[in-house]
Design a binder for this molecule. Structure first.
Ligand SMILES: [Zn+2]
Ligand SMILES: [Zn+2]
Length: 462
């Protein structure tokens, strides 16, 4: 594919996100591809010309001329979507690069069709001071293949006791704040953070769980945990904190986002708060939308995450909330762990699953093909995650920055059979056959990913 680098391609990167400047600008024509952009009301065949970092032309099939030097991709039988945006990933850097780093994490994102992602600050050291954030931004400019934004911690060391210097962290580039991995257990501390938000701006994103109610639980508290004799994490551990913090947000007129909601009680609390005018939003993960605690019977530690996979009624409530817009975005909560840490008995394993490479295929296979959620809704919710931090939503329209992914919905693959782009392999969909293979990702005008099959096709054509 063309390696012509252009100065204008850089202009397609939002200034609040950071990535390498040396990736080649994509210069290609995708012919006769089925373009699906729900926000544009576009659901038909088009030719797409990508040039100088933007969608230069979007026209009827067979009408776009390929400029000299541009590669041509046969889009027949394939879909082009606006590329996905993930508002919740763990890139494990600084400090745990044996699990993931900016290069491998953003490679996994590109392979999953993402054009932007937002990394959580629960690293080692924690992103709770401006020098840590500054070093991370500099590293992203050298290593990130996909534009990446960062949240900073709400409290120092995620200890829940002392607020970070939120205004200074915002000035240094933080999109918002989260103690993800841990709840802000103290209502008083969170209230002060919400008050500081008036000065600093930036959304406060919350991992909701009451430590006393979660206790030493390792899975959802319900029939399966009782059968297995395992300590459970009850749904009210999450939902009581959602209700509490939505009330605090409303009282302070603050902007709060609830991360990885997992149960029907939380959906009810979020909907009620929204109905009363609270400025709150929520996200759900592919694993909570596609799986239940039933799979934990296998005792496979890939199914251990926090919040835990819950009951079928919870899964159905989450799907309904995604459909209605009570939950407006989907986030992977991509959480890499080293193999030796996960290959231990279920109770002792760390919580988390990787998810960037499987997010779309899992949702398409488990929800769209089964008729539980329409493809357009999946695309819309998978592209909405940056908007809550004020980032633009990717669009397939003339003159927009080129952020799109080419997907073969008919292609099947076994998850993990060809390895992972992520440095870790703790994927809860490992071994499943999924439909919807990502063939190509253009992020901010740059060619971020192409599948081996597509690379062969282009080589054959050259
Ligand atoms: Zn979390
Ligand atoms: Zn997380």
């Amino acid at each position: 594919m063309s390696g012509r680098a252009t100065a204008t391609a850089g202009a397609a990167v939002d200034p609040r996100l950071f990535c390498r400047g040396d990736l080649p600008a994509a210069e290609l024509v995708i012919r006769a591809v089925h373009v699906l952009d729900p926000r544009a009301g576009l659901d038909e065949q088009r030719d797409i010309l990508i040039r100088d970092g933007r969608i230069a032309e979007l026209a009827a099939p067979g009408t776009v001329a390929a400029p000299a030097g541009a590669a041509t991709v046969d889009g027949a039988g394939k879909h082009a979507f606006p590329a996905f945006v993930d508002p919740h990933v763990h890139l494990r850097t600084p400090g745990q690069e044996y699990e993931e780093d900016l290069d491998t994490g953003t490679s996994a994102a590109a392979a999953g069709g993402f054009c932007a992602l937002i990394a959580m600050p629960n690293t080692d050291p924690v992103v709770d001071e401006t020098p840590v954030l500054g070093a991370l931004v500099a590293a992203a400019r050298r290593q990130a293949r996909v534009p990446t934004g960062f949240l900073a911690a709400i409290t120092r060391g995620l200890r829940g006791q002392q607020l970070t210097e939120m205004a200074a962290l915002r000035d240094a580039g933080a999109l918002g704040f989260s103690d993800d991995g841990k709840p802000v257990a103290s209502a008083g501390i969170l209230r002060r953070a919400l008050q500081y938000q008036r000065l600093s701006g930036g959304v406060i994103a919350l991992h909701e769980e009451d430590p006393e109610l979660s206790g030493s639980g390792v899975m959802h508290e319900g029939a399966v945990s009782a059968r297995l004799g395992m300590a459970g994490i009850p749904s009210i551990s999450e939902s009581t904190m959602v209700a509490r913090d939505a009330a605090l947000a409303r009282n302070e007129n603050a902007r709060v986002h609830f991360q990885h909601l997992s149960c029907s009680e939380s959906v009810e609390a979020l909907a009620a708060a929204r109905a009363h005018g609270a400025r709150v939003s929520g996200e759900a993960t592919p694993h909570h939308l596609a799986l239940t605690d039933d799979v934990v019977r296998t005792l496979d530690s890939r199914f251990k995450m926090n919040p835990p996979l819950r009951a079928e009624a919870d899964r159905r409530a989450l799907i309904e909330a995604v459909r209605s817009g009570v939950i407006e975005c989907i986030a992977s909560d991509h959480a890499p762990h080293a193999r030796e840490q996960k290959e231990v008995p279920f109770e002792q394993a760390p919580m988390g699953t990787i998810g960037l490479e499987t997010a779309f295929p899992a949702l398409f296979t488990e929800l769209a093909l089964s008729g539980e959620l329409e493809l357009e809704l999946i695309v819309e919710r998978m592209t909405a995650g940056g908007a809550l931090y004020g980032l633009p939503i990717p669009r397939i329209a003339p003159d927009e920055p080129a952020n799109l992914t080419l997907v073969d919905l008919d292609a099947q693959f076994e998850v993990g059979a060809a390895g992972y782009a992520s440095r870790s392999s703790n994927c809860c969909f490992h071994g499943r056959t999924l439909h919807g293979r990502v063939e190509l990702t253009v992020a901010a005008g740059r060619l971020a990913f192409q599948s081996a099959a597509l690379a062969r096709e282009l080589l054959g054509a050259a």
